[in-house]
Design a protein around this ligand. Structure first.
Ligand code: AHR
Length: 550
């Protein structure tokens, strides 16, 4: 009688019935619940089925083809971005020489060391949107004479210009990276941009070189990467692509190569799915640009809440993986347009802003884009870097947004404390791929259909061979529950030994805080074994591993 009642009643009552009929076994109860679900609501049952994995297996096969390796993974794919935004520069990188926080010439010592360890290859500055309101002459000379300005894009904060051209270029020298300067097209003049290039790079004799020397820097800096505007379709001037293409031609004409310095000029590119922008730029600018940028954020949308960085469901997590992986078809379409105008692939695609964009942390300043960084963000980093490697013949630089305290940062700081984020650890583990030879691979694994009908493979992988002949393979197991048994073949290469490191945590929402800075940190990985020259790898659920094969 009890069970009949249960079938007719709704689900919570059914649970109550089960409790009443104590003699029933758990199995019987489960069968009743399933029967009830099917009979009571067939649609609900169907929905449940649709949410289940498409394939049940948790085995994967990877075939790496070392003999096909020919492209170099540009180290600049591991580029960073520092904007005058929130506490990225002030507090994050720079505290000033008089600060109590241990520093070298005003740069935080802890951050300097962390960035050196990361092997940062290139750093983009001063924006972002800030770049098109920035007037570089306000940021040189004695600090007490530097004018203030309002940072209109980012919370209306007053900028005192104490961190300017010298401070940025000296930082790049200290951490040993290339500078990537973003010039002001939106609200700056051609003359202003031309003089900036002269100031930074001309050796002697020129008026700007003289001014630089008066400000304490004798030798010019080496500046290779120069962006002519940023997001010129939006915060950089709200332009149409045809108009910006003409402006690019005009501004870039006066960005000269001084005294052996050769500029790699980058045009402001499209956002996400705006293929027309790429088409018009390729058609109207063509080889006058050495690179064309693209911005792609893993974001739920541009209006309203973007979701919490730390409080999310499993469904949200899988959605995030789908959205981040959508960069691949987006890249393919932009690349196809570039290939049409530039079949020899001489113009680089520069993804100079990418990463996650969540709601700002509660209690932080609106407009400062300060967000925490969990193991979920680490997956966005590893999956996206795996994709970038695949298109390394076209992608010559990328810059994750941003280096400290903004969006998907490497580093978070609070007064004298610093934490390395899970994303930092991915970049640090992956640095072995910088300037290594990309090794194509095939991957067979389980896939899940996630929200918005995107299909997400449960394993992501990439491989490269470094200058010493060592092969590095990065593996991400996206699945939150299941481990993966991976058979990894290396073609003509017979593995002798394998070592590795793993990044994982108890929960996908785990993060490093100032109180607990090492919740998500790399550890030694012992789950890979050599088996007759191939590898067998057991990849735990929600883990990212980098292997070194000798
Ligand atoms: O990275 C934050 C902002 O995102 C940049 O300033 C802008 O270029 C983009 O819209």
């Amino acid at each position: 009688v009890g069970s009949e009642m249960c079938i007719r009643d709704s689900y919570p009552v059914d649970v109550k019935c089960v409790n009443l009929t104590k003699q029933k076994t758990r199995t019987q109860n489960s069968i009743l619940i399933i029967l009830f679900l099917i009979m009571k609501n067939a649609l609900m049952g169907l929905a449940l089925f649709a949410a289940m994995p498409v394939f049940a297996q948790q085995k994967a096969t990877i075939n790496v083809h070392p003999e096909q390796g020919k492209e170099i993974i540009s180290k600049h794919i591991y580029g960073q971005f520092a904007e005058h935004l929130g506490t990225c520069i002030y507090g994050g990188l720079w505290v000033g020489e008089d600060s109590k926080i241990p520093n070298t010439q005003g740069y935080r010592n802890d951050v300097l060391q962390a960035l050196k360890d990361l092997k940062v290859p290139v750093l983009r500055w001063p924006g972002g949107c800030f770049a098109d309101e920035y007037h570089w002459m306000d940021g040189i000379g004695p600090k007490e004479n530097r004018p203030r300005m309002v940072n209109n894009n980012w919370g209306g904060t007053v900028e005192d210009n104490s961190f300017g051209t010298h401070e940025f270029l000296n930082l790049c020298e200290l951490i040993g990276c290339e500078p990537y300067i973003s010039g002001n097209v939106g609200s700056g003049s051609v003359e202003e941009m031309a003089k900036w290039v002269e100031y930074m790079t001309s050796e002697q004799g020129s008026p700007m070189a003289k001014l630089r020397k008066e400000n304490g820097r004798e030798k010019p800096w080496k500046v290779k990467f120069f962006g002519v505007g940023n997001e010129s379709w939006g915060c950089g001037g709200s332009m149409r692509p045809e108009y910006y293409a003409d402006l690019y031609r005009r501004y870039s004409t006066y960005c000269r190569n001084y005294d052996g310095n050769h500029l790699f000029k980058i045009a402001s590119g499209a956002s996400d799915y705006d293929y027309n922008w790429t088409e018009v730029l390729m058609k109207n600018v063509g080889h006058r640009m050495a690179g064309l940028s693209l911005h792609y954020y893993t974001v739920t949308g541009w209006s309203g809440s973007k979701g919490s960085a730390t409080e999310f469901t499993n469904d949200d997590y899988y959605w995030t993986m789908g959205k981040c992986l959508e960069i691949e078809p987006v890249l393919k379409k932009h690349i196809a347009i570039m290939d049409k105008y530039d079949p020899k692939k001489q113009i680089g695609l520069m993804v100079d802003e990418w990463g996650t964009w969540w709601d700002e942390e509660p209690g932080t300043v609106r407009g400062h884009l300060y967000q925490q960084n969990t193991l979920r963000d680490a997956f966005v980093a590893s999956l996206t870097l795996d994709v970038f490697h695949k298109y390394t013949d076209r992608i010559k630089m990328t810059n994750i947004a941003q280096i400290a305290n903004v969006l998907q940062s490497m580093i978070l700081t609070k007064e004298d404390k610093m934490v390395l984020t899970p994303t930092y650890h991915v970049f640090e583990m992956y640095k072995v791929h910088q300037d290594a030879t990309y090794l194509p691979l095939e991957l067979n694994c389980e896939r899940k259909v996630v929200r918005d009908d995107r299909i997400v493979p449960m394993v992501s992988a990439t491989a490269s061979r470094d200058a010493n002949g060592f092969i590095h393979i990065s593996l991400s197991n996206v699945d939150l529950q299941e481990s993966q048994e991976i058979e990894l073949n290396l073609g003509e290469v017979k593995a002798k030994s394998v070592t590795g490191r793993i990044l994982t945590a108890n929960n996908i929402g785990d993060y490093n805080s100032f109180e607990k800075p090492s919740v998500v940190a790399p550890k030694e990985f012992t789950g890979a074994k050599v088996n007759k020259g191939s590898l067998k790898v057991t990849l735990p659920a929600k883990s990212i591993v980098v292997l070194e094969v000798k």
